[in-house]
Design a protein. Sequence first.
Length: 314
Amino acid sequence: MSFPRWRGRDVISILDFTREELDRLFNEALEVERDPSRYSSTLEGRIVALAFFEPSTRTLLSFDTAVKRLGGQTIGFASQEALSISKGENLADTIRMLDVYADCIVIRHPCEGSSKFAAEIARSPVINAGDGSQHHPTQAMIDLYTIWRRFGSFSNLTIGVIGDLRYGRAATSFIFGLTIYRPRKLYLISPQMLRVREEVLDVLKKSGVKFEEAESLEEVASELDVLYVTRIQKERFPDPSEYEAVKGSYRIDSKVIRSLKEHAIIMHPLPRVDEISFEVDSSRHAFYFVQASYGIPVRMALLKLVLVGEAGLE
Ligand code: NCD
């Protein structure tokens, strides 16, 4: 079987990838999990720039770890204050410089479209680690991999996504990813004010995936195989009073999990605020820490494919 080329590709949106390409990524990630030592010199002599203009814990550290586990090195920064941006340097010039220093640029930026803009400027591949509320393709890859690992197939699954579906880029990219993997049914559960954006609805409608918008988790909880929870993205609300009106409007606690199916899993891209209570962590449904742990093999596999290509390792 031949797959389209991975090598040298920009990773801007999950929608840029086919199911075959993502399956290729997941099989590579599985190989990484099985035998990480085979990958320990894959990126020898390569430098990856981590350009984080917005706060991050997991994404930044897991990219950093992934590069180092592949035998490569990282350069970068984790806030705008730390570099010449604070002296007024524009994004284009920063990207041009990183392109000279590194073989690949991983960028997180508060502006929508920033990584696409960076990809137009840089010769090296650009990986979007989150652009405003728009896309977070590598988080979606991890989320889809988690389900692929746990259930093998999507076609019999009913998946609920709850939370801030309007400003959440992780939720948006996950929903886009589900139009590629096509579960049996998708419930989009959110307060009225935080429903998915029109452009996301359009993609869903065109995909033909069966979906329903809902306001109450209680009504649908017993049908779900996967419950994907997201935090309300306080920092992205243009009006703080809008945030005040919706904060704390849903909470996954022991009462909610009693209505879940035996095998149902709860996912969350993290960080959580108060939307999953700590008592849930010890339940058999809690899957968010397993999901977070897949950040390393998936990002290792992604960097290998983008920087080295699909050929097997010696
Ligand atoms: C997400 C993000 O930054 O968009 N976090 C992550 O990358 N794991 C989700 C969030 O911040 O809520």
